[in-house]
Each structure stands twice: as structure tokens, then as C-alpha cells.
Design a protein around this ligand. Structure first.
Ligand SMILES: Cc1cc2nc3c(=O)[nH]c(=O)nc-3n(C[C@H](O)[C@H](O)[C@H](O)COP(=O)(O)O)c2cc1C
Length: 315
């Protein structure tokens, strides 16, 4: 692979901007190792907490439209103690940067899990303060809580900390700024969008928990909008997430201001998408004589003066 896709976040070198999003391939080292061998740029684990939990009953994930999913898995995970050997196995086998997504009981609980993941050898921590169908849902709705959780984890570990934020808020800018002020090394946006699907015959919610989180193709314009809104206000890198399926989707996020993207739902189509995304990006950069993808970061903002500020009235 050429150097055109390489970049760094907080000293971590990524070979390309495709990062596995949290929660998508469970926690089995074998799937992560397979993705790494398939050329992924980095990997985020399922969010892991203090104790094993099975989450909500099935149905907890449904495809509601082509490539668009609704889930309320409810942070099902094996608990950090069972997860430590898996982190170690992944790190011993492959060299892709490994980000461990964490949650816990209160800020100190988050920090405890983060410390254990760091000791197990991961490269960065992602704090999940945004899952819409679990107790962490409301943290990134509050400036105060976002600061408190981010700062407590940041002070507890020596590796970079990424804050994953919710799109389920009217104005995300103060939240992103709060995470940056509290020491976050990157912002990850977006977690899933609160949504509901009903059985058309009975009216019963389709997921066992009722409300869930929307992901996949339908949420890409929301993710792109969120990155676009945050970009002018913070200096730390943004990792875009939501509905990335193709190399053109990655470019869209980069134009909005993202340094890299996370990919989740698209892996339902198999790991070949990694190669088609990276080769598509390389061809595009080659054809347009661009040395590195990062030169395109934030390009959408250069069109701001050309955008219409007010609707036109009839003459
Ligand atoms: C089945 C499923 C489980 C998920 N579990 C987690 C999780 O444990 N932690 C987390 O931060 N995000 C979780 N997410 C959200 C994804 O990481 C991502 O933010 C979201 O799906 C949008 O990206 P996508 O459209 O590429 O899937 C989950 C998403 C899905 C579909």
C-alpha cells in the first residue's frame, strides 16, 4: 500500500483511514486478526465493561432497509477480565492499532476498565459515552459529564483517549469542545441515531427493547453533517463514523473534516470492502495528483461563502 493513505493520531500511525467501528464483530480475536490481515487501518473492540452481560434478548438487531440497521444490543460484553487475554492475543498476532472501547460504573469505573485495557497492551481507549440504548446514553448529552468522564479516563492512562459522542442532541459543538478541553485526543462521531421500528400488523416495537440505534447507509448524511459542524471548532482529529460503504463515502467524511473513518454496518457485506475502499482512494488520489488523503481534509468548508444563507423571496 502506498503512503498516500497514511496518517497519525496522537502518535499512533495508521496505514489507511479505515478503522473497524465498535461492536460490529463482537470480541473474538479471530475476526479482528482476519480484518487486520485483510488490510484494515485500525480496529476498535466491542465496548467492554466491568462485568459480563448478555444485553437485551433477540430480536436485538434488524435490517430495516437495504444496508440500514436498528439495534439495541445493550452493550452485551464478556467483562474486562475475560477480555484481557483476547486483547493480548490480538496484539501478539497483528500490528494494526487496537482501540479498546470502554464503559463502567461512573467516571472512576470507566477509568478502571481503561487502565486494565492499557495494561493488556492496547494502543488507545475509546470511551463510549453515547450508546443510545444503555445507561451511558446521556453522558455525552451533558457538557459537565462529558468533561468529567473524559478527564477522569485521560488522567488514569498514558495512551490516547478518544471520546465517542452521540448525534442525538441539538447542538453537538459544546460537547465536542468539552471533550477536547478535558484532554481527549480525538473525537469519534457518530454513535447510532435513536430510532424506532414497529410491526405494521400489530403496532408492537420490533426490537425487544423498543427504541434502538440506527446505523448503516441511512445515517451517513447525519454523520457527515456532525463532522462538518464540529470541525471548525476543535483542533483534535475527528474520526467520522456512520454509513461508510465505499471510498466515495470516505472522501465525503474527509471533506467534512474527518481524519479517518470507522466502519461498522458495511462489514455485513464482508471484509472485501476494505480493499475496495483503499484501492478506490489510492486511484482517486493518483488520478488527481494528490500526495496524501489528509490534504483534502476540511475541503467542504472552503465552499462556505458560496452557500446560500437565506431562502429567496418571490420578486
Ligand atoms: C450491532 C451493533 C452493535 C454496536 N455496538 C456498539 C458498541 O458496543 N459500542 C459503540 O460505541 N458503538 C456500537 N455500535 C455503533 C457503531 O460502532 C457505529 O457507531 C454505528 O453503527 C454507525 O456506524 P455504521 O453505520 O458504519 O454501522 C454498534 C452498532 C451496531 C450495528
Amino acid at each position: 500500500m502506498s503512503k498516500k493513505l497514511e496518517f497519525e493520531i496522537a502518535g499512533i500511525k495508521f496505514p489507511n483511514p479505515t478503522i473497524l467501528a465498535s461492536g460490529i464483530l463482537g470480541v473474538a480475536p479471530s475476526s479482528m486478526i482476519r480484518l487486520s490481515k485483510a488490510g484494515i487501518g485500525g480496529m476498535t473492540t466491542k465496548t467492554v465493561g466491568p462485568r459480563p452481560r448478555i444485553g437485551y434478548s433477540n430480536p436485538s438487531i434488524i435490517e430495516i432497509d437495504d444496508g440500514t440497521y436498528l439495534n439495541s444490543v445493550g452493550l452485551a460484553n464478556p467483562g474486562i477480565e475475560a477480555f484481557i487475554p483476547e486483547i493480548q492475543e490480538i496484539k501478539h498476532t497483528v500490528s494494526s492499532p487496537l482501540i479498546v472501547s470502554v464503559f463502567g460504573d461512573g467516571p472512576e469505573g470507566f477509568a478502571e476498565i481503561a487502565k486494565k485495557a492499557e495494561q493488556a497492551g492496547c494502543d488507545a481507549i475509546e470511551i463510549n459515552i453515547s450508546c443510545p440504548h444503555a445507561e451511558v446514553a446521556s453522558i455525552s448529552l451533558s457538557v459537565k459529564l462529558t468533561k468529567e468522564f473524559t478527564r477522569t479516563v485521560k488522567e488514569a492512562v498514558n495512551i490516547p483517549v478518544f471520546a465517542k459522542l452521540t448525534p442525538n442532541i441539538a447542538d453537538i459543538v459544546p460537547i465536542a469542545k468539552a471533550a477536547e478541553e478535558a484532554g481527549a485526543d480525538a473525537i469519534v462521531v457518530i454513535n447510532t441515531v435513536r430510532a424506532l421500528a414497529l410491526d405494521y400488523k400489530t403496532g408492537r416495537p420490533l426490537l425487544s427493547h423498543g427504541v434502538g440505534g440506527l446505523s448503516g447507509k441511512a445515517v451517513r448524511p447525519i454523520g457527515v453533517r456532525v463532522v462538518y459542524e464540529i470541525f471548525p471548532h476543535i483542533k483534535i482529529p475527528i474520526i467520522g463514523c456512520g454509513g461508510v460503504y465505499t471510498w466515495k463515502d470516505v472522501l465525503e467524511y474527509v471533506y467534512a473534516g474527518a481524519t479517518a473513518v470507522q466502519i461498522g454496518s458495511a462489514f455485513a457485506e464482508g471484509s472485501d470492502i476494505i480493499n475496495s475502499i483503499t484501492s478506490g482512494l489510492e486511484n482517486f488520489l493518483e488520478e488527481n495528483q494528490i500526495n496524501n488523503l489528509q490534504e483534502l481534509r476540511g475541503k467542504a468548508h472552503t465552499f462556505k461563502d458560496q452557500l446560500e444563507a437565506k431562502p429567496k423571496e418571490c420578486q
